[in-house]
Design a protein around this ligand. Structure first.
Ligand code: ZN
Ligand code: ZN
Length: 238
């Protein structure tokens, strides 16, 4: 059974603060570009090492020597990263302009997600858990930006091996679209509080639906895709 999106927040991997945050223009979005870190997968044999790997990529991207020293990058270049253990790491996050796609237009029109690993010939580098994490991410992007349906390899924008043949094939197959979305059983307590807030019911009735000032602190900052799906099911039964 496919897993819901398991997201490691910036706090979770101890991200450095971004120098600046530039939002994307949502209506300019066309989709998501997929990358790989091209670091050997074996470095991440243990999930406990993945956070430090993401920190190292951020430090590399933000180093002044990376480009024009007078204009160092704002943050890790990717919007999200994903690992072979089935986790997604929050990079710049949803709705922020990426710096990974190679051209100004591509960074304005495509979010960027990056696989923490390589593409060795004849080896299943991405793994089922990694493909699952990518699928969960792509479905979440699709839910937030339903008009931006393209999912493309980095190599579409410039001459590069990125993200490797394995991911290029997986993207082209469209198999990620068929991924089943499931939710945890039992549902966590925050889900019910968040759902009542979202719908303006119960203790939130007098504030109306999704009153920003009343957003329950118990709810995660980024609501996972399964929770939105469960909410839609609840509404369907109303
Ligand atoms: Zn790339
Ligand atoms: Zn991992």
């Amino acid at each position: 059974m496919a897993q819901p999106l398991r997201l490691v927040s910036r706090a979770g991997w101890q991200a450095a603060r971004p120098r600046a945050v530039t939002p994307v223009l949502p209506r300019a979005l066309r989709g998501v570009a997929v990358h790989y870190s091209a670091a050997n997968r074996d470095e991440q044999a243990n999930h406990a090492n993945c956070a430090s790997r993401v920190r190292a990529i951020q430090a590399f991207h933000m180093a002044p020597s990376r480009s024009d020293p007078s204009k160092p990058w704002n943050d890790i270049a990717y919007n999200h990263l994903f690992c072979v253990h089935g986790y997604a790491f929050e990079g710049r996050g949803f709705g922020v302009r990426s710096a990974a796609n190679g051209t100004y237009a591509a960074n304005s029109e495509y979010h960027a997600v990056c696989f923490l690993g390589n593409d060795d010939q004849g080896r299943n580098d991405v793994t089922d858990a990694g493909r699952d994490a990518l699928a969960a991410l792509l479905l979440e992007y699709g839910r937030r930006y339903p008009w931006a349906t393209a999912v493309v390899p980095h190599s579409q924008f410039r001459s590069t091996a990125c993200p490797g043949d394995e991911l290029r094939r997986y993207i082209a197959s469209g198999a990620w679209r068929e991924r089943e979305v499931s939710w945890p059983v039992p549902l966590p307590r925050w889900f019910w509080v968040w759902a009542r807030w979202r719908l303006g019911r119960g203790e939130f009735k007098r504030y109306g639906p999704a009153n920003r000032a009343r957003r329950p602190k118990i709810a995660p900052r980024i609501i996972p895709a399964w929770a939105w799906d469960r909410l839609r099911v609840l509404l369907g039964r109303r």
